[in-house]
Design a protein around this ligand. Sequence first.
Ligand SMILES: Nc1nc2c(ncn2[C@@H]2O[C@H](COP(=O)(O)OP(=O)(O)OP(=O)(O)O)[C@@H](O)[C@H]2O)c(=O)[nH]1
Ligand SMILES: [Mg+2]
Ligand SMILES: [Zn+2]
Length: 300
Amino acid sequence: MPEGIILKGVGGFYDVLDNEDPHIIYTCKVRGVYRKSNMLTPLPGDRVIYKVLDEDDKEGLIEEILERRNSFIRPPVANIDQLAVVMAVDSPAPDLLLVDKLIVTCLSKNIRPLLIINKTDLDDGTKVEKLTDIYKHTGFPIIYLNKFNRDRYEDLHSELAGYTTAFAGQSGVGKSTILNLIMDNWLMDTGDVSEKIKRGKHTTRHVQLFRLDKGGFILDTPGFSSYSLTDISHDELQELYPEFEDRIGLCRFKGCSHTSEPDCAVRELLTEGKLDEGRYNRYIGLYRELKENYDNRYRR
Ligand SMILES: Nc1nc2c(ncn2[C@@H]2O[C@H](COP(=O)(O)OP(=O)(O)OP(=O)(O)O)[C@@H](O)[C@H]2O)c(=O)[nH]1
Ligand SMILES: [Mg+2]
Ligand SMILES: [Zn+2]
């Protein structure tokens, strides 16, 4: 039976793009047993095995959902490889705590962060450099964009190829602007589907994956005003900071939280210029918040 990927689901119908011939989309329902057993609700991004019911009308039936790499409830999506964390140089001023939380979430779910510094046209000669200095020690790719310079978008194009990438970030940083440009230029020609895509272009009501010409998929997510970490314990937080990696285990105290203990090898990164101080301070804040939640876990 053929395999495909769910691009979107509305009212119990799922658009499944075939793996072998990604120019064809089948509108599928879910096999009855699956539905009744209530085990898994299919999500956009799910890899599925399906059966063709009607070749002419492109109708099918989802038989099985393949094992997920990861999944999210908000927005509802599965199997994300990469999260494009978008920040603006200015307007709005970057919310670095949100950026750090998104990076932490990525690493806890085995997702590669791709950092986008957008609106570089608003740089005053220091801001782009400052943002770069904050995040360069993470080792994640950083892409610089502004809507007035189309050359830069080629960097983005190659970073997206082959991955399923969700775009996230503060409201107003320019996510939709970037996505629209991608959709105008690099979407795979899916024949009769392009009409659907055009209609869906400016709506964010449904999560929808779009297939790129170089392979891979993109999807938009709504802008965040607040975002809280879930399912992450204070103990594991340190593992979600790539800068700390080669220092774990080198502190004077076993089980060092790297927040206030003496002779902390992580804190030495600050004097060595290998860790941004603001990012470290936000780590301490997040650690204390997660620890407090943990300590109060039976009180609610
Ligand atoms: N100066 C400048 N403005 C930009 C750039 N990119 C986007 N904008 C503007 O920033 C504003 C917000 O852009 P959007 O693309 O709607 O931002 P968004 O991240 O999708 O916002 P939400 O949907 O609310 O999450 C718009 O007025 C854009 O024209 C840029 O590179 N430079
Ligand atoms: Mg938007
Ligand atoms: Zn330490």
